[in-house]
Write a protein that binds this ligand. Sequence first.
Ligand SMILES: [Fe+2]
Length: 410
Amino acid sequence: MAHYRAVGRLPRQRHTQLRDDDGHLFREELMGEEGFSSDSSLLYRRGVPSAITDSTVWELADQSRTPNHPLKPRHLTLHDLETGTCPVEGRRLVLGNNDVRIGYVLTGTDPSPVYRNAIGDECVYVESGTGTVETVFGTVSYRAGDYVLVPRATDHRWVPAEPSRLYAIEANSHIHPPKRYLSRFGQLLEHAPYCERDLHGPEGLDELVASCRDLTDVEVLVKHRTSAGIVGTRMTYATHPFDVVGWDGCLYPYTFNIEDYMPITGKVHQPPPVHQVFEGWNFVICNFLPRKVDYHDLAIPVPYYHSNVDSDEVMFYVGGDYEARKGSGINIGSISLHPGGHAHGPQPSAIEASLGAEFFDESAVMVDTFAPLDLGEGGRAVEDPAYAWTWAGRGPGVGDDGGPAVFSNS
Ligand SMILES: [Fe+2]
């Protein structure tokens, strides 16, 4: 996030003394990406950020992955997935590869433990629910339709105000706006579908720090990598990590709501990259949102068949009218996985049905990956095995009485 902010108490110049009224010297900490060579923030803390009193194993939920083999399109029904209620520990792995993992959880209302993802940034899409995320930078509020961007290594905890459906995109890299939408100095350009005003950073730092001031021996769950893969460690900190009295820089959590995204439309069907909102290493995040569609006299509003030569495509259907997909099984809460190596698109009947349409009322979040996605144990648990045959209308376990229309707009 190349967008400077300054919050709370700071010394006039960096790397100089900052003391409280009693003369106590605050500890300065740099959080910086890419080895002092990219975005960073300077934090001023009451405690010592490296002071731990214990470190034990945190057993992660099942992270096993099963390759998509034999190759076929997949349909996963996330609303059928039973998860834990903790916003962090309750996540079940739905899909993943070595660049990004998608987890899903329906939370309760208890706060999560303090948590730090040391592997990469998290982009958590809020399908439903409200609450806050408390972080070392302050508190961000969340609501349905938000992407909550949490930079790698940020101590934070989720505090749902109500049960919340969270679709957690966990990267092995940083997640940021598409490079083509940024000026060479990092400002969002005029042709970008959103701008800095739409990004909401943390607030309420003083209140959060005051509420944690006297807490000691605080457990922090750390997700990290080893040569054995993804693991967890439970670290105990001598003082509470939410002890930052001021910070400044370009690295901090923020939210962006899909309502504030301005869809780019065209005279004929526009390809998915116009719907892109973020990107990470080897994957992109797009959103298909309610919008006017193509205005050419002979336009075909639904997509042409496309073969994703270099990528797997994951659609998560989060809102809108899916009557046109009736029979395919796709509905709110569904995920479709259309893998590279196999073409996909609508059935001919869906194409005819779309002619003359002026508006699409649909909301979907898409993740496209350049490396193949495996099925996580959560994904395997809620797979609809008939989906792959819905274009042909027949296949293993499906009768020969005609297949349902698949009205995929991705
Ligand atoms: Fe597609």
